[in-house]
Write a protein that binds this ligand. Structure first.
Ligand SMILES: [Zn+2]
Ligand SMILES: [Zn+2]
Length: 367
């Protein structure tokens, strides 16, 4: 039986041994007994799963001027601007005049450098207008206790701009092969004792998943927290890009290229695959991922623009930025905090906590 000497026990991972008395496999560590066939099948399957749980990588098709809509052509009706402060690059249709950078508020200057900047493949058009963004800001401010009262009265919007944020969308098929270790408990009692019986299972899942348009943002100027807080976007509303969607808006040119975004796409796909497979393992009291092989097939990349309203506001010399998802209306931002109100709140909490403390000490007979 030397060929089974290295076999692992499914319950505790210990080296399981052949027991000549029972003619079965018996674990010297946890005492569990299994059929020889069960142990062979369990160990063979696990060995076949090459554990790539660490970091699977796809071979992504390079995204360049030969991909998707390719590069802008000379004479294409588009205006191109560069921010003099942060270097941000913006494009608009020729009728829309861009004057200030939506991120830092600095002046932008028109350039003729259009080539080499790639034309987007898809766009999600704006669903909400400027007035809605202003209304949402009012709603956002309403009822915020820690907000200085004067913020509402003194505050005026410096700028409000509709901007398309550049995104890379990754498509890829995945083959996955995973085992999970699960348990199920049964409880019962008699007049003397409570009993718990734990059954251990090795659950195997193998299958394919198709990922369509996994988004990774391609702008370093747009703060990641802002973008993540504004998600999700509904990607079923993507349409083919046309310059007419830029009328009245500015589009930010990507400054993080598709190549640099690949690791983030790989990681998102890996996490979602594991979650999707794990979701199919139901009816157990515990479940942990045991071995996990994820093979990412070569994938394709697209370039898309997503709509965001950016609102800039100054209060007592400090800039506050707000943003609204231009498709769903989700509004986010940071507000100033009234320190007097803040300390009043802290004192109230402190007094409350002290009162409870005194009560407890009294109840315990200590004071
Ligand atoms: Zn064992
Ligand atoms: Zn700027």
């Amino acid at each position: 039986m030397s060929d089974v000497l290295d076999y692992k026990c499914p319950s505790c991972d210990g080296a399981i041994k052949f027991d000549s008395t029972s003619q079965k496999m018996k674990c010297p560590y946890c005492g569990n007994v299994f059929d020889v066939d069960t142990i062979r099948e369990y160990n063979e399957r696990r060995q076949k799963i090459k554990d790539t749980g660490n970091q699977p990588q796809a071979t992504w098709k390079e995204y360049d001027k030969n991909s998707g809509n390719g590069d802008w052509t000379k004479g294409e009706k588009i205006n191109y601007y560069v921010c003099q402060n942060c270097g941000g690059e913006l494009m608009t249709d020729p009728q829309t005049v861009a004057s200030a950078c939506p991120y830092c508020g600095s002046p932008v200057v028109l350039t003729d450098r259009v080539e080499g900047s790639l034309k987007p493949d898809f766009v999600i058009p704006f669903k909400y207008d400027k007035d809605t963004a202003k209304e949402k800001l009012k709603e956002f401010i309403k009822g915020k206790f820690l907000l200085p009262g004067s913020f509402k009265t003194e505050n005026h919007l410096d700028s409000i701009k509709g901007i398309y944020v550049p995104f890379w969308l990754f498509d890829c098929n995945v083959d996955a092969d995973m085992t999970f270790k699960t348990t199920r408990h049964t409880h019962w009692s008699d007049s003397k004792y409570d009993y718990v019986k734990t059954d251990y299972f090795s659950v195997w899942r193998k299958g394919k998943v198709g990922f369509d348009k996994v988004p990774v943002d391609g702008s370093s100027r747009m703060q990641d927290e802002y973008m993540e807080a504004m998600e999700p976007f509904n990607y079923t509303q993507l349409v083919n890009f046309g310059t007419e969607y830029l009328a009245g808006y500015a589009a930010d040119k990507y400054d993080v290229d598709a190549k640099q975004c690949e690791p983030r796409a790989d990681a998102r796909i890996k996490t979602s695959t594991i979650a999707a497979f794990r979701d199919t393992v139901q009816g157990y009291d515990s479940c942990i991922t045991d071995r996990c092989q994820i093979d990412l097939h070569p994938g394709e990349v697209h370039y898309a623009l997503l709509p965001v309203w950016m609102l800039g506001s100054t209060y007592r010399g400090k800039q506050y930025m707000f943003a609204m998802n231009g498709q769903t209306g989700k509004f986010i931002g940071n507000l100033p905090v009234d320190m007097v109100k803040f300390f009043l709140l802290l004192i109230t909490i402190f007094v409350g906590v002290s009162a409870i403390g005194i009560l407890i000490l009294k109840l315990m007979g200590m004071i």
